[in-house]
Design a protein around this ligand. Structure first.
Ligand code: ATP
Ligand code: MG
Length: 555
């Protein structure tokens, strides 16, 4: 498992207190996604916290699918969520589903009715909303609030039996319509939905609401610390009310922390679903998506994501983290472990006129400048090479240290060349550089006339591999695509977030790379084979650039 050695945080302090006071001997947490989409990097924060706490306290963490909404959920999402959690390096003690508890939850609801703490309400939905009041005005009691217990019990069992239509009746908790906390104004706890459920089939036509289900599922699983995001802070009194008023197997404690927000993206399954459904991205695992599957496909490592979350930390302060922090995390993870290689993304042919035709020399080079344990490889060199178009300028500005007519540059791992003429196409674009090499400049030896400042990468034209390379940029062109409430966030998509280069040339050693390998292509960034990659047509994703170029660009 990757290094996620957790710095302490306020939640761990609460847990420490609960252990010291003897309140708990075993810590149990849960990660409770709704299977209505793929996980995003925000979920990684909750995963890191819940599974990390369980691991470090030698406790348990359940992966619990919160599947109380039969309409939106799908088995595809369940499988994707399991895959993502495992890939991040975590093991659940069990997989559970809120739907596993439907029978128990039904009995809990009956217990509440029996205690005259819940009633069946026939008020139509709009009126329930009107009666609820506002933040400044108290609500009004429903006319059905005083329905006799026996009658509510009877109606509730008939709701279950399917005697009523969707929306005709609901079951509500009887708490306080004048409470300053709207969540306590007789919240709905069961509604009728004649819809098959992916796990329980047609067994149920009434489904429990989130607030009721969540805390009681925690109690059934004997969760000790129910860690959730800040928007549930106002729901905590309701969470506690259900636990206090129902005979539950345990008393869990809810603790809230702030959500992870990142700039230049959106982080909600509801919004990400729109991008996928409208084909504005290439699926949930599009490498530009902030999803775990997108980051994985792009080439992020589990360690980079876990380290990023550890760096952001767990607090109650709501804030927005700069995408640069995430990118730095993957750079820091890959720099010491990624073997180096040479790849030319926009090839420009170079012919070394004084290099013998038909000759090939082999050069042994280190895979990593600082880590010999990554070994060596052999690269080849002959008369025709490719360099990147960006490394040549016909009329260079001052202090341009790459190649231009009459000027010299060092070929990385080889020798110095000098350009003496440029061949161009009909449009005046360079297509081939005619150069000479300086034979005495191998192994970094400087030419008699003085040191050459520029060093560029290259590949041998004879055995270079043709490949496609995909470069990614921010998914949105503004920091907060949701800021402008009058606009649709989709209008802020960055239409140059994907650049596909189809004629790239890679050094021969990059043939047959496997899907879990990552490389630093010298001077261009970190790369990872895409899922579309085949041995006939290799496809590489740029995970991240070598340095952060974005900050400079937007100034
Ligand atoms: P979404 O709006 O993306 O659907 P959600 O909160 O509804 O998010 P759930 O599937 O219910 O998603 O989330 C499972 C758990 O992950 C919850 O405990 C939730 O609080 C947590 N979570 C979701 N988004 C974030 C985030 N951005 N940062 C931290 N935790 C998050
Ligand atoms: Mg949700």
């Amino acid at each position: 498992m990757s290094d996620t050695s957790a710095p302490t945080n306020f939640i761990r302090q609460f847990i420490d207190e609960d252990i010291e006071s003897g309140k708990h001997t075993e810590i149990i947490t849960r990660f409770p996604p709704e299977p209505n989409g793929y996980l995003h990097i925000g979920h990684a924060k909750s995963i890191w916290l819940n599974f990390g706490v369980a691991r470090d306290y030698k406790g348990l963490c359940t992966l619990r699918f919160d599947d109380t909404n039969p309409v939106k959920e799908d088995i595809e999402f369940v499988e994707a969520i399991e895959k993502d959690v495992s890939w991040l390096g975590y093991q659940w003690s069990q997989v559970a589903h809120a739907s596993d508890y439907f029978d128990q939850l039904y009995d809990f609801a009956v217990e509440l009715i029996g205690k005259n703490l819940a009633f069946v309400d026939s008020l139509p939905a709009e009126e329930i909303r009107e009666y609820r009041g506002t933040l400044t005005e108290p609500g009004k009691n429903s006319p059905d609030r005083d329905r006799p217990v026996e009658e509510s019990l009877d109606l509730f069992s008939r709701m279950r039996a399917g005697e009523f239509k969707d929306g005709e009746l609901v079951l509500r908790a009887k708490i306080d319509m004048a409470s300053s906390n709207i969540n306590l104004r007789d919240p709905i706890i069961y509604r009728i939905r004649h819809h098959d459920h992916q796990r329980t089939g047609n067994k149920w036509c009434i489904y429990p609401m989130y607030d009721f289900t969540h805390g009681l599922s925690d109690a059934i699983e004997r969760v000790t610390h129910s860690l959730c995001t800040l928007e549930f802070e106002d729901h905590r009194p309701l969470y506690d009310w259900f636990i206090e008023n129902i005979t539950t197997p345990s008393v869990p404690r809810q603790i809230e922390f702030s959500r992870l927000n990142l700039n230049y993206t959106v982080m909600s399954k509801r919004l990400l679903t729109q991008l996928v459904d409208n084909q504005l991205v290439n699926g949930w695992d599009d490498p530009r998506m902030p999803t775990i599957s997108g980051l994985r496909r792009r080439g992020y490592t589990p360690a980079s994501i876990n380290n990023f979350i550890a760096q952001v930390g767990i607090t109650k302060k709501a804030n927005v983290i700069d995408m640069l922090v995430l990118e730095n995390a993957v750079r820091e993870d890959l720099d010491p472990i990624a073997p180096r290689a040479m790849a030319v993304l926009n090839p420009l042919k170079v012919v070394i006129e004084n290099y013998p035709e038909g000759k090939t020399e082999l050069i042994e080079v280190s895979n990593h400048p600082k880590d010999e344990s990554l070994g060596k490889r052999t690269i080849s060199l002959s008369r025709e090479l490719y360099i990147d178009q960006d490394d040549f300028m016909e009329e260079p500005p001052a202090k341009y240290f790459r190649l231009s007519p009459g000027k010299r540059v060092r070929l990385r791992n080889a020798f110095v060349i000098q350009c003496h003429s440029v061949e161009k196409d009909a449009d005046g674009n360079p297509v081939c550089l005619h150069c000479e090499y300086l034979p005495d400049t191998r192994n970094g030896k400087k030419p008699a006339e003085g040191k050459v400042k520029g060093i560029i990468h290259w590949v041998n034209a004879d055995d270079a591999i043709d490949a496609e390379v995909r470069l990614y940029d921010r998914l949105f062109k503004v920091e907060n695509p949701l800021e402008d409430k009058s606009a649709n966030f989709i209008d802020f998509l960055n239409d140059t977030s994907l650049v596909v280069l189809k004629d790239c040339k890679l050094e021969a050693s990059l043939a047959d790379t496997t899907s879990d390998q990552r490389f630093q292509f010298e001077r261009v960034g970190y790369f990872h084979p895409d899922l579309d990659s085949t041995s006939q047509t290799p496809v590489f994703n740029r995970v991240v650039t070598l340095r952060d170029s974005w900050a400079n660009l937007i100034k």
